[in-house]
Design a protein around this ligand. Structure first.
Ligand SMILES: [Zn+2]
Length: 338
């Protein structure tokens, strides 16, 4: 989709619900750049072309009048030329001094290539993904099966961020995942800063509700809130986690800039892109809105239920990530730049 697909129904939700909720500055800590040129022959479906200008034009449509910067994550498309994608994307990112990037890594990446890219190009972290698991089992793999220990050792040595989309059916509620995270954060890799993507991959009420009492005791854990559209995981995080550990993220473009949402069905969930179905709406005049607006609406209502302040919201949508990533803020006396 392009920003042109924005409808009057999206605009109504922005004007009547989100305009008052979204602070003047937005830091999106989970978004992707993608250039189809980096896909090999015969790799099948690819993502939409998205350079930094595309992300900014979407941001101006989604959050009118807001200043927006990003933590870009390498795009984990199977068959992608990893080095060419990273080289192109970090060059895009370097155009904005307040945007950062986590390097796409697969188990096949050479440690010295990753080290060189971090030290010379300024990647702040890593973006592994379960689809590259050495076991071939993308649904039930452990963290070290798609982020090898030697890469975690490097991340620990350099104090890198790792955006972690947990695998396994139960996500953050899985005992192996919880035991691994406890071991890595408290003993084996104490300098890695983990961002657990998608509310620790909790698209339904259940995983985060089961895992929160263990996760909140672990050091060096943050969460991005991207792509979750059910209100219940936000209620759990906003009321039981330290809200300083929460980062807004969108997972744009392809994963949330469509009309639909991530529907929770008991403990199952599924992306629902309404353009793929012949849906009728005989009982209402409203029409489906962008999934990213569904996410923001749920965040807003969960914030009301958990009695978060406007300051807490600004923390989540701007300050937490920019402070944690040590991004200098020219408008603030607390600037990290000199
Ligand atoms: Zn993503």
């Amino acid at each position: 989709m392009t920003p042109a697909a924005y409808t009057e129904h999206d605009r109504q939700i922005w004007e009547e619900e989100l305009e008052e909720f979204v602070p003047p500055r937005v830091f999106d800590a989970h978004i992707h750049l993608f250039n189809p040129q980096h896909m090999g022959e015969g790799t099948g479906r690819t993502w939409s072309h998205a350079d930094l200008e595309t992300l900014q034009s979407w941001a101006q449509r989604l959050y009118p009048g807001r200043e927006t910067h990003f933590l870009v994550l390498g795009s984990p498309a199977p068959g992608i030329d990893v080095q060419a994608h990273n080289d192109w994307a970090i060059q895009q990112v370097s155009q904005d001094p307040q945007t950062r990037m986590n390097r796409l890594v697969t188990p096949g990446c050479n440690i010295e290539d990753i080290r060189r890219d971090v030290l010379t190009h300024g990647f702040v972290g890593l973006k592994p993904y379960r689809l590259f698991s050495v076991t071939g089992d993308v649904a039930q793999c452990r963290i070290h099966e798609f982020l090898p220990h030697e890469q975690m050792e490097l991340a620990n040595e350099l104090g890198l961020w790792v955006t972690m989309h947990l695998s396994r059916h139960h996500g953050c509620a899985d005992e192996h995942n919880l035991d691994d995270l406890a071991d890595f954060t408290t003993r084996r890799y104490p300098n890695i800063k983990w961002i657990l993507a998608h509310c620790a991959r909790s698209f339904t009420y259940w995983p985060i509700r089961k895992a929160i009492d263990r996760l909140r005791d672990m050091p060096n854990i943050w969460y991005d809130l991207s792509a979750v559209t059910d209100v219940r995981p936000f209620i759990t995080l906003f009321s039981k986690e330290n809200t300083k550990r929460l980062f807004y993220g969108s997972d744009g473009i392809d994963s949330t800039y469509f009309h639909g949402q991530y529907v929770a069905l008991g403990r199952a969930w599924q992306a629902l892109d309404t353009s793929r179905f012949e849906l009728q709406f005989p009982h209402c005049e409203g029409r489906p809105i962008l999934a990213i607006y569904e996410q923001l609406l749920s965040m807003k209502q969960a914030a009301e239920i958990a009695e978060l302040s406007a300051d807490d919201i600004e923390d989540i949508i701007w300050r937490n990530a920019t402070e944690a990533l040590e991004i200098g803020d020219p408008m603030s006396t607390r600037s990290n730049t000199t």
